[in-house]
Ligand binder design. Structure first.
Ligand SMILES: [Fe+2]
Ligand SMILES: [Fe+2]
Length: 168
């Protein structure tokens, strides 16, 4: 059984994972219209992963005797200034999500909810991978500058499958 406080915080995470999915969907659609099929494919795949994270939180809350709530999600930005800025935004968002997962783990310790704390460990690990994978992209973008995005766009999906993601 979940405590009210833990249930509430898990429900805020449902909303955050849902927003992550919409954010990456919006970025994917923008990149698609700007002529970056690879980057857009990467972002669409990321949006799917985030939707799955949201579902995992929903099922966990309901399985533990709580009630998962689906709230109205805020609208993500429609346009982005460029590819580098877009991935900087992805990084900031992932860091925000990592901090948020950390806060839930902290509350679980405080509330002695070691079951949920244990369940959250896959998300703690997931966030390490997410940040590392986006950092690898930012490092690559810094190396090539703004001139060679054609090659970057062609190669980005291979960076994804080279072990920097976990498909959950
Ligand atoms: Fe996520
Ligand atoms: Fe993520």
């Amino acid at each position: 059984m979940l405590s009210t406080k833990v249930e509430e915080l898990l429900n805020t995470q449902v909303e955050k994972e849902g927003y992550s999915s919409l954010l990456y969907l919006s970025m994917a659609s923008w990149a698609e219209t700007k002529g970056y099929p690879g980057i857009s494919q990467w972002l669409y795949a990321q949006a799917d992963e985030e939707k799955n994270h949201m579902l995992e939180f929903i099922h966990y809350i309901n399985d533990r005797g709580g009630k998962a709530l689906i709230s109205g999600l805020k609208k993500p930005p429609e346009t982005y200034r460029g590819i580098k800025q877009l991935f900087n935004d992805v990084m900031s968002h992932e860091q925000f999500i990592s901090a948020s997962i950390n806060d839930i783990v902290g509350l679980c310790v405080q509330e002695k909810d070691f079951t949920t704390q244990n369940w959250l460990q896959s998300f703690v690990a997931e966030q390490i991978e997410e940040e590392a994978s986006v950092q690898a992209i930012l490092d690559r973008l810094n190396l090539i500058g703004d001139n060679n995005l054609y090659m970057f766009d062609r190669d980005i999906m291979s960076m994804r499958s080279s072990g920097t993601e976990s498909d959950e």
